[in-house]
Design a protein around this ligand. Structure first.
Ligand SMILES: C[S@@+](CC[C@H](N)C(=O)[O-])C[C@H]1O[C@@H](n2cnc3c(N)ncnc32)[C@H](O)[C@@H]1O
Length: 317
């Protein structure tokens, strides 16, 4: 297990690159000026027309819907998911020796969670807002005879206050950005751990290829950003990292970006392929060309680990 090498300087540099657009000008009540105007105009129209307008507007900008984005994620995952390195890390950590229960925030298709349920007899709870992922997870659990291991389901965004049990492990793999820098969510999540429980938050590291090559939006929360915030909050935590090498050829073939590379660009820029800015395509191509000799690039995830027993502040129950 290696500690993360990124320094706070890297986080600060990352932070400085962030730009504030009109959409981020916040009115009282948390709504942006643009979305407020859009809301007022749309509310004045009959609902089918309003829906059509909304659809045309989103297509015009080439924005991916959440469902479309997760469909793309499903296609990318088999080639460069970080689930296997995370599983190996969990095995090595020894945490699984004593754990009996796991709650997963945003398990996706639940591959990791069901593997843990099968190999270590863990009971599993989850919060998953994406219907297709929930369906896939439940179908896999059914096929593997593991349905009775699933003890809690939140069919929507994660709501820590609504948890009905305590867990030995709470895992958020690639989903903590939805909670953001929210002390309430963090404290409530820590409250849902058993006395020796552990919260593991896995996020892309600033050393991840797609981060260093600026394919991922600079506003995306990295493990280092979260660790930096936790440090400022005085919350004790450890940071580890897991890596995976991915063959360059998966994204670049005969000098051209592959279908998979297009999916990657769509996923990270949140746009349909035909709306991905050419500078993003060029940047990815140039990075892959630079990497050609080596033949691979490295995906890096930071694991931010919080032990309930080491928390020195009062956790509200
Ligand atoms: C990048 S995927 C990660 C999937 C899987 N954990 C993995 O590591 O491969 C993010 C997941 O978080 C889920 N998600 C998004 N917002 C969420 C929220 N507010 N609460 C819980 N899960 C959320 C998505 O539906 C998706 O399954």
């Amino acid at each position: 297990m290696r500690q993360l090498s990124c320094t706070n300087a890297a986080v600060n540099e990352n932070t400085q690159k962030r730009r504030v657009g009109t959409d981020q000008l916040i009115l009282t009540g948390g709504r942006s000026i643009r979305s407020w105007i859009r809301h007022r105009v749309t509310q004045a129209l009959p609902s089918p027309l309003a829906r059509t307008l909304k659809w045309v507007r989103s297509r015009g900008r080439g924005r991916l819907s959440a469902e479309a984005r997760w469909q793309i994620f499903d296609r990318i995952s088999p080639h460069m998911s970080m689930v296997d390195p995370l599983y190996e890390w969990l095995l090595e950590s020894g945490m699984l020796d004593s754990a009996e229960s796991l709650f997963s925030i945003g398990p996706g298709d639940g591959r990791l969670e069901l593997r843990l349920a099968k190999n270590f007899g863990l009971t599993v709870g989850y919060a998953e807002p994406t219907v297709a992922f929930r369906d896939s997870l439940e179908a896999s659990a059914d096929a593997a005879g593991l349905t009775n291991r699933i003890v809690e389901r939140q069919e929507g965004p994660y709501k820590p206050r609504r948890l009905t049990r305590r867990y030995d492990l709470i895992l958020s793999s690639g989903s903590w950005y939805a909670a953001g820098y929210d002390r309430g969510t963090l404290d409530q999540t820590l409250s849902a751990l058993t006395p020796n429980g552990v919260l593991i938050i896995a996020l892309s590291s600033c050393d991840d290829f797609f981060m260093t090559e600026r394919i991922t939006r600079p506003t995306v929360m990295t493990a280092e950003d979260l660790a930096h915030w936790l440090g400022n909050q005085g919350v004790e935590h450890e940071v580890h990292r897991v890596e995976r090498r991915v063959s360059n050829d998966l994204l670049l073939e005969s000098g051209q970006l592959t279908e998979l590379a297009r999916d990657v660009l769509s996923f990270y820029t949140l746009r349909h392929w035909y709306k991905v800015p050419s500078r993003d395509r060029d940047r990815l191509k140039a990075s892959l060309f630079r990497n050609k000799e080596r033949g691979f690039f490295t995906r890096v995830r930071g694991l931010v680990v919080l032990y309930k027993s080491r928390q020195t502040y009062v956790v509200h129950v």
